[in-house]
Design a protein around this ligand. Structure first.
Ligand code: PGA
Length: 250
């Protein structure tokens, strides 16, 4: 932890319904405890639950974000899309952009660049995902890929202080496999150096994401350059999510 806060961002992907809201009470309770005062919890449920989550966490320090948005902020004929103004208007503070599950569907760096730019303009904070796939890792291209993603997606973006970076190797998402500690340390440090050098970032926040769970969190928390975690599968169960938070600090 290099930023005084340790981030725990729950990415619920296409999971969750109204019945699950009750199970969040225990997270609210934990979040109020002094011993977890350095934990910053952000929930990114599907669009259908954003309003309910914002209401649920209204009197707490837990914040809410969306999982993606359209690259325009005007209204328009884009069936199935939601823009950053709408997300902000709902009371959300964040939006996840550049997630590999959207890149696989065809989202290019140039589109992500537009989304980042428009979302920042509409006062959302960005959780920006980067990371190499298995082939790229095997052919030693990790740093090149990360560097290209950052440079292209942040083109013409001057102020990056409202961007949280999430290093998510594609091969570790949902697979139960996490990178070797040494590799993770080196890659996170590489990202931080790049951001400081190219974008004049003072203290960039860089998270790790990919199969974070209660069994591997103790290993991950030892990598001190990591500022928190973007958690998919294990965040949908409140007990597991809390277990991860507890084991990070205790
Ligand atoms: P996972 O997903 O924790 O289920 O691997 C992480 C993510 O996709 O953000």
């Amino acid at each position: 932890m290099t930023n005084n806060k340790m981030y725990f961002i729950a990415n619920w992907k296409m999971f969750g319904d109204l019945k699950i809201l009750k199970s969040l009470n225990i997270v609210i309770k934990i979040n109020k405890l002094r011993k977890f005062k350095h934990a910053k919890i952000i929930y990114c449920p599907p669009y259908t639950l954003l309003h309910n989550f914002v209401q649920k966490f209204k009197k707490t320090k837990i914040e809410v974000g969306a999982q993606n948005c359209h690259q325009l902020d005007t209204n328009g004929p884009f069936t199935g899309s939601i823009n950053s103004k709408m997300i902000k208007n709902l009371g959300c503070k964040y939006v996840i952009l550049g997630h590999s599950e959207n890149r696989i569907e065809g989202e290019k760096n140039s589109i992500i660049n537009k989304k980042i730019s428009i979302s920042l303009k509409n006062n959302l904070k960005i959780i920006f995902c980067i990371g190499e796939n298995l082939n790229e890792k095997k052919s030693n291209k990790t740093k090149k890929i990360i560097s290209n993603q950052i440079t292209q997606c942040l083109k013409k973006i001057k102020n990056i202080k409202n961007i949280i970076f999430a290093y998510e190797p594609v091969w570790s998402i949902g697979t139960g496999i996490i990178p070797k500690s040494k590799d993770l340390y080196n890659n996170i440090l590489f990202i931080k150096h790049l951001l400081k050098k190219k974008f004049k970032a003072k203290n960039p926040i860089v998270l790790y994401g990919g199969s974070v769970n209660p069994n591997n969190i103790k290993e991950l928390r030892e990598i001190k350059v990591i500022d928190g975690f973007l958690i998919g599968g294990s965040s949908q169960n409140s007990n597991k999510f809390i277990d991860i938070i507890k084991k990070t600090f205790i």
